[in-house]
Design a protein around this ligand. Structure first.
Ligand code: SF4
Length: 362
């Protein structure tokens, strides 16, 4: 019994202390949490600084487009046919096959590209108006504008097969029509191979300019500067036609297309030096819509899809195909495209490409 009194007293003291300790701990917890968070953040800041100093290489790789980085197909050039009615001596995309995808397959691929981030589609060839007299092309143009709601739908054509009826049916769905014209001297066009029968390429260009105005399609001109037109002065002609853009390319050799054993063309005699190209640009520098493209800028800065919807990789100087996006999907195929996104941006690949934004007075 005499032992119970001190034990009870000790229990009381302990209980009181525990209450006080518990209340003290309760007020210390927020303080400790704050301290821990502050120290952790300070540590993280330090680590980030170290990382920044230690790994500039990683950042560089990302900027340069390492293989892991997925490419967004913002702007795609779909060469759905290789057939053409012209025989330009330097042609970059020759008639090696006569294949064209069935319309529904092509639409399926275009939808896949849209889902992967495509904003602009450019239809090209060969001559895109040759297949089904332009009807196949018109249906794709309408599908891309109306169903896919792409901001920009454009075509590159030699212009010789376009009829006014086509503009009446499909003009409203087309943002930009680019016509290839390398010379305002018809004899030079004949030398280059840009011509067929009685069609006068220059007169036809003027007719197309008018139709573009009438049907509210932005008009563009593409010229390839080569041995036969490098001395020409095109300033007045271009200014009179007043295109939204005048793309001026330096003639380029591509093995298997216009150079080498398995090629359908021998373009060596068309090639000009970088200095000659610069002289041409200097002569035309007052033309405000001129957009120059040297060989270096041109080579890897286009996402090119061929007639099977395979990306074509030009990094080795020839067009090496990926698998078709219809078989492996866009993400897997695009890894083999060799696309240089930095050069695409540097050459002004992203511009005001929707006719709604161009605010033209036609
Ligand atoms: S018009 Fe174009 S596709 Fe046709 S041959 Fe000339 S460069 Fe080639």
């Amino acid at each position: 019994m005499w032992l119970l009194v001190p034990l009870a007293f000790a229990g009381k003291v302990l209980s009181t202390c525990r209450k006080q300790l518990s209340s003290l701990w309760g007020s210390l917890v927020p303080l400790l949490l704050w301290l821990r968070a502050t120290l952790w953040l300070a540590g993280t800041d330090g680590a980030q600084t170290l990382t920044e100093r230690k790994e500039p290489e990683g950042t560089k790789n990302q900027e340069e487009g390492s293989e892991d980085q997925s490419v967004i197909p913002t702007s795609v050039n779909y060469h759905f046919t290789r057939q053409c009615n012209y025989k330009c001596g330097f042609c970059f995309h020759t008639a090696k096959t006569s294949f064209v995808l069935p319309l529904e397959e092509a639409k399926k691929g275009l939808l896949m590209l849209k889902d992967a981030g495509m904003e602009k589609i450019n239809f090209s060839g060969g001559e895109p108006f040759i297949h089904q007299r332009g009807d196949y092309l018109g249906k794709l143009v309408k599908f891309c504008k109306e169903d896919l709601a792409l901001p920009s739908v454009s075509i590159v054509s030699n212009g010789s097969l376009i009829r006014e009826q086509w503009f009446q049916s499909y003009g409203e769905y087309l943002d930009i029509l680019a016509i290839s014209c390398d010379s305002f001297d018809e004899q030079v066009n004949v030398l280059i191979g840009r011509g067929q029968g009685k069609i006068n390429h220059v007169e036809n260009l003027q007719k197309l300019r008018k139709w573009c105005r009438d049907y509210k399609v932005a008009f563009k001109i593409n010229s390839v500067i080569n041995r036969f037109n490098v001395e020409e002065d095109m300033r007045e002609h271009i200014k009179a036609l007043n295109p939204v853009r005048w793309k001026v390319f330096q003639c380029l050799l591509i093995e298997g297309e216009n150079s080498g054993e398995d090629a359908l063309r021998e373009a060596e005699r068309f090639i000009i030096s970088d200095e000659e190209f610069e002289d041409f640009l200097e002569r035309h520098k007052e033309v405000s819509c001129l957009v120059p493209e040297s060989n270096q800028k041109m080579k890897d800065s286009y996402l090119i899809l061929d007639e099977y919807m395979r990306f074509l990789n030009c990094t080795n100087g020839r067009k090496e195909p990926s698998k078709s996006i219809l078989d492996v999907g866009v993400e897997a195929a695009i890894k083999f495209s060799g696309f240089d996104e930095k050069m695409f941006l540097k050459r002004g690949g992203k511009y005001m490409w929707s006719k709604a934004d161009l605010r033209l007075d036609w």
